[in-house]
Design a protein. Sequence first.
Length: 245
Amino acid sequence: MVLNAFRGALGFLTRLPIGHDERAWEAFRRTPEAFPAAGYVVGALLALAFALPVPDPTVAAGFVVWVYLLTGVNHADGLADLGDAAAVHGTPETRRDVMTDTTTGVGAVLALAVTVAALALAGFALAALPLRTAAGIVLASEVGAKCSMAVVARLGEPAHEGMGSQMAGGTRTRALGALAVSLPAALVVVPASVAAVVAALAVALWTRQWANRRLGGISGDVLGATNELSRVMALHAGVIAWTLS
């Protein structure tokens, strides 16, 4: 069960050729602890970008490319849909309709542009840090982002049938299990890694509250957006904490 859940998490969260079978998916969606567990693998792989012996701007650009080569664009698509929903006025039903519209609006473009720019700037800042520090912040940020998805999924109510409803529900105290799995990542390069994990979780709580108020609950798009926003905020929080320490 645990191994299948871990495989399913990697299959859902990355483009790695693993965990795409039904057994892995079923185990994963019932195991919130698998989110941050997979985050350790994703974070370790993403940190490799900072070992390249190239100028800092090139490292930053390579980091952005590597993020989306490894993790795909599904979560970024969720962020784009959430951006469009945030840009319109109306009822939760109206916003959900906008999210399912295939037309890309200004809200989606702005959300993606700001997030990718923030990711690149975080990569530029990380490239100037010692390799161990940069790798630790990236690892903690990725684990924190994945934990944030688990928290939103377990504490949120689904807005409609779909990906969100498959992830949501169950025993809400299981979110504590995801938090426990994330704790080692917070201790890698204290205080930077602590700040990264805390920032990611703060984004999760905000996203859940916003989705409940504006969308009537969570969805697969909300989970994807939580991942993208949590990653960026965690990276910057980690850099700031390290700089001030």
